[in-house]
Design a protein. Structure first.
Lengths: 92, 453
């Protein structure tokens, strides 16, 4: 079963969010190399109204990671082991 | 007291006559002068021109030379990806890609973009140093360690803590040397910007950050300069351990409650900076949203040991009108700002004021942003409600919300400079001050007596 990951960020992030967004993208790239069944979609918000159309986004702090419609993080660097556990759980 | 003195007093946690204001202008300066963020960060003339434009438009009490948390990382070998509208991002981590700590050397004035930034700093100190406080922003040791090592550092903190200590010791030396280089250019304040510490617990902070960051603040203090610790993200849990590192100031973003941070910081004699919301308010909000937020934060922060500032560096596309709206609150010029804001339609609005002198009641006009959303406005209206109890036959009051153009026109006609203001019989009496119910009651009773009611 495929796993759909959405990473939501602002198109105009502050320096701190920018650093976290960069690290999240690196983590996602590593997962993508490891697990071919992952589909990663990056959304960069230009207008606050856009957030209402993002499925699963509940906490509006960025960058946010959403896995198969469920938000996992909001503005924090994810725990990689925990993230991997969730991804593998979603395949079952 | 000029702007610089005002800020330097506030940062030392002293009471001042006006809350100082520091817009964190980094890549936003590029948009002000019409160049890309990449061009701005690589050119000392653009950095100076951008800061001078911000100085002219935003009338700050302090300004950073620039806001670049990748400067040290780049000089240490991290590859950066530059952007048109954002600060650069770190795209490689040397210590996760085969290099060892022994391969890295502490950046000097000759390395990376330091010659550009330090040249800009010298020029800005020359141009603005007698007027406002110039901030030199230095990356904090933990965020630098993350740049050098990548996210593996979080696992290493558990599995190989001694390796993290070695790395933090190196990063401390880098931060301290950057602070020295900035101080040598004549800046007034060194801000150690360590946003990634919001990602760790207080115990990890005390183990891996405090021992390395505290000596940096001691060093800055010994050099006779003021210091600040900037953090972004939800650092609520870490505010107390940050205080124990003894900076003069802690600057927080919107994820931390300003009232809470102020309470903890003041306990340690530390001032607090912040925390206008960057996205919802500054980037996407309206000028009125920005006025409301500045009013609320200034009410919470007060005039002792509070510096009004955005939560982090302002986004490239922040509308200058929103920033100017904040400036109008800082300087008590909301009416003037609103008049400019609605200039095109203002002339069509004609507000007729009552003949106050001959009215058979004392008339209170309460000029607010909106007592339902602006805390100081709410307290003002509540004070009026309580003060007029039992005097309803002699006193009439009404709230005028400047969200409505008619109210702005009334505000201007009444010569009210700022909000919230209580006018009594057409005269602004309590301007941006919330009187006690007792004081207000006395003033109203005098007005009643003067009218012979």
């Amino acid at each position: 079963m495929g796993v759909k990951i959405t990473v939501v960020s602002l198109s105009d992030p502050c320096s701190a969010c920018n650093i976290i967004y960069g690290l999240v993208k690196e983590i996602m790239n590593k997962f993508k190399e490891k697990y071919s069944f992952i589909d990663i979609n990056y959304i960069e918000i230009k207008d606050l109204k856009d957030i209402y159309s993002i499925e699963g986004l509940e906490v509006e702090k960025f960058p946010a990671i959403i896995i198969n419609g469920e938000q996992i993080t909001a503005g924090t660097i994810p725990d990689i082991k925990e993230l991997e556990r969730i991804i593998l759980k979603e395949t079952k | 007291m000029n702007s610089k003195e005002l800020l330097l007093n506030a940062i030392q946690n002293r009471e001042v006559e006006r809350i100082p204001w520091v817009p964190f202008v980094g890549c936003h300066a590029a948009s002000l002068i019409g160049v890309s963020a990449e061009e701005y960060f690589k050119n000392d003339k653009y950095i100076v021109e951008g800061a001078m434009k911000a100085f002219e438009l935003y009338r700050p009490d302090g300004l950073p030379v620039t806001f670049d948390l990748q400067l040290e990382a780049e000089a240490l070998g991290c590859r950066l990806v530059y952007s048109e509208t954002n600060p650069p991002s770190v795209a490689s981590h040397p210590l996760a890609e085969g290099k060892s700590l022994e391969d890295l050397k502490i950046p000097t004035e000759e390395d990376g973009r330091f010659p550009i930034i330090l040249k800009a700093s010298r020029e800005l100190v020359k141009r603005l140093g007698d007027k406002i406080a110039v901030y030199g922003l230095v990356i904090g040791p933990f965020t630098l360690a993350l740049h050098l090592k990548g996210t593996d550092i979080f696992y290493q903190m558990m599995d190989e803590p001694e390796e993290v200590h070695k790395l933090m010791s190196f990063c401390q030396k880098v931060s301290m040397n950057s602070a020295k280089m900035y101080m040598d250019t004549g800046v007034d304040v060194i801000a150690i910007v360590d946003p990634m510490t919001s990602q760790i617990s207080p115990s990890s902070f005390e183990e891996f950050v405090s021992p390395y960051i505290t000596p940096i603040f001691k060093y800055i203090r010994e050099k006779g300069k003021a210091s600040s610790l900037f953090v972004c993200g939800n650092a609520t849990k870490n505010i107390e351990v940050m205080c124990k590192c003894q900076p003069n100031n802690i600057s927080i973003d919107e994820n931390v409650d300003l009232g809470y941070a102020k309470e903890i910081c003041h306990k340690y004699g530390i001032s607090v900076g912040g925390n206008i919301r960057l996205t919802v308010t500054m980037l996407f909000g309206t000028p009125l949203d920005n006025i409301r937020e500045a009013e609320n934060l200034m009410q919470i922060g007060g005039k002792k040991g509070h510096i009004l500032s955005p939560g982090c560096d302002m986004p490239f596309n922040t509308p200058p009108e929103n920033v100017r709206a904040i400036v109008s609150v800082v300087y008590g010029e909301v009416a003037e700002f609103m008049k400019q804001d609605i200039k095109s339609s203002f002339e069509e609005i004609d507000v007729e004021l009552p003949d106050y002198e001959n009215e058979k009641k004392v008339i209170l006009d309460i000029i607010t942003l909106d007592s339902e959303s602006c805390a100081p406005c709410q307290y003002t209206v509540e004070a009026v409600k309580s003060a007029v109890k039992g005097l309803e036959d002699k006193v009439e009051w009404k709230e005028y919300k400047i969200k409505e153009k008619e109210s702005v026109a009334r505000m201007i006609k009444l010569k009210v400079p700022n909000i919230p203001t209580i006018c009594i019989d057409g005269k602004p009496v309590y301007i941006s001050v919330i009187p006690s119910v007792e004081e207000l009651r006395n003033t109203i009773e005098k007005a009643i007596a003067n009218k012979g009611l």
